[in-house]
Design a protein around this ligand. Structure first.
Ligand SMILES: Cc1cc2nc3c(=O)[nH]c(=O)nc-3n(C[C@H](O)[C@H](O)[C@H](O)COP(=O)(O)OP(=O)(O)OC[C@H]3O[C@@H](n4cnc5c(N)ncnc54)[C@H](O)[C@@H]3O)c2cc1C
Length: 283
């Protein structure tokens, strides 16, 4: 498997506590040794982690030497505060952004000045030109609010046409969903790299909760096996590692342009998969 031109990246969330900050530091230090293409740091719903995302991104990029990309979501934001954040990042030497719509907090009905991610991508391009490398989100199993798979693809294409450089997918465990999505994108003239998002499996109950919320399917045979291990976390992790390694192998063998790991701020699960795949550093 030739992965010399593949793009590998790792995603973190901004920690809240001193303990969380220390744990994340150990994680990014470990993963920086793999020389990934970039790290990214999520943005809490409706801007709830705005300052922490900013501080985490700046610190990790400065200390790790790895390009670090903030996620930026536009729901409940104004043009004014998005412009301020973009200027802040630009001043700090950040050149890579993951541009998202985000989700509406419960009880809120007005989206704000931006309704969809394509409007945010267009705004970033209008106001900052080519300064930022812009990533967008893709959904091989379709976005849960999409009115149809066709409309979701049309909407995905809008983001590409607004100026996105590449995409990262929602996680999935069915390689065929990704391969079929890539084929449909190609038929619609979408040419940007679409990197699979990889969620290692370490905790079944947490994964089941996340998956219900974001519309990612855990295939029945995987669920059944994970459920059967009950509280035996060692077996959950061993099985999870095996199937996610197989998934990554299959994706790379089918020319996926790289892998983006959702780390949940832990290095070991992604590192185990990395080692199973026999990947060396990605420079
Ligand atoms: C890699 C990745 C990272 C993420 N990071 C974060 C994060 O840090 N913080 C966070 O809050 N969330 C994050 N999310 C979750 C994301 O915000 C949600 O999935 C959100 O519901 C959709 O965001 P989007 O950018 O894909 O939205 P959009 O691309 O705007 O799509 C949202 C829905 O609207 C539809 N749609 C899009 N454009 C139009 C249009 N012009 N007209 C009509 N319908 C339209 C789409 O079909 C889709 O159903 C992430 C998701 C991924 C895959």
């Amino acid at each position: 498997m030739d992965t010399s031109s593949s793009t590998f990246s790792f995603e973190f969330f901004p920690p809240k506590t001193a303990d969380g900050i220390a744990k994340l530091e150990t994680t990014w230090q470990t993963l920086a040794l793999l020389k990934p293409r970039f790290f990214s740091v999520t943005f809490g719903a409706a801007g709830s982690t705005r300052d922490r995302t900013f501080e985490t991104v700046i610190e990790i990029q400065a200390r790790s030497g790895v390009e670090t990309a903030p996620h930026l979501s536009c729901i409940c934001s104004t043009q004014e505060n998005i412009r301020e954040m973009l200027n802040g990042y630009r001043k700090q030497g950040i050149r890579h952004i993951v541009a998202l719509r985000g989700d509406m907090p419960s009880g809120m009905v007005e989206a704000g000045e931006f309704r969809y991610a394509n409007e945010l991508v267009a705004f970033i391009r209008e106001t900052t030109g080519e300064h930022f490398n812009i990533e967008i989100a893709a959904y091989p199993e379709y976005h849960p609010q999409a009115s149809s798979p066709d409309r979701d693809l049309v909407n995905f294409k809008r983001k590409v046409e607004a100026g996105a450089d590449s995409a990262i997918t929602q996680y999935f465990y069915n390689a065929d969903a990704y391969l079929s999505f890539i084929e449909r994108c190609a038929k619609h003239g979408i040419r940007i790299p679409i990197v699979p998002g990889i969620m290692p499996i370490t905790n079944y109950h947490q994964l089941a909760r996340f998956s219900d919320a974001c519309g990612a399917e855990i295939p029945r045979w995987i669920r059944k096996r994970l459920e059967s291990y009950g509280e035996d976390l060692k077996s959950v992790r061993a099985f999870g590692e095996e199937i996610v390694t197989d998934l990554c192998e299959r994706l790379l063998a089918h020319d996926a342009p790289g892998l983006h790991f959702y780390t949940l701020n832990r290095a070991e699960p992604a590192l185990a998969i990395w080692n199973n795949l026999g990947l060396s550093d990605s420079t």
